[in-house]
Design a protein around this ligand. Structure first.
Ligand SMILES: [Zn+2]
Length: 80
């Protein structure tokens, strides 16, 4: 029997339909290589560093990177 492996995690399926069903869960997950191409480039901002970091935390939330967003916000609130 041929093993079908997920290209994004360690999942192994035995039927094509099984793999397709599994792969559907990844389309809603952040994938840097896939998603970076869709994010528009911007010129350098003049906003202050703490404002940039808050913007970055919002972007992280949008991408589902909740732990990263929380980390940035925690650091900002601890740095006064
Ligand atoms: Zn997978």
């Amino acid at each position: 029997m041929t093993e079908l492996r997920c290209s994004q995690c360690d999942y192994v399926a035995f039927f094509p339909s099984q793999l397709a069903g599994h792969m559907a869960i990844h389309t809603r997950c952040f994938d840097a290589a896939r998603d970076m191409r869709r994010i528009p480039r911007r010129d350098q901002t003049q906003r202050a560093l703490n404002e940039q970091l808050l913007d970055l935390a919002n972007v992280a939330n949008r991408l589902g990177l909740y732990d990263a967003a929380t980390f940035i916000r925690d650091r900002l609130s601890n740095s006064g």
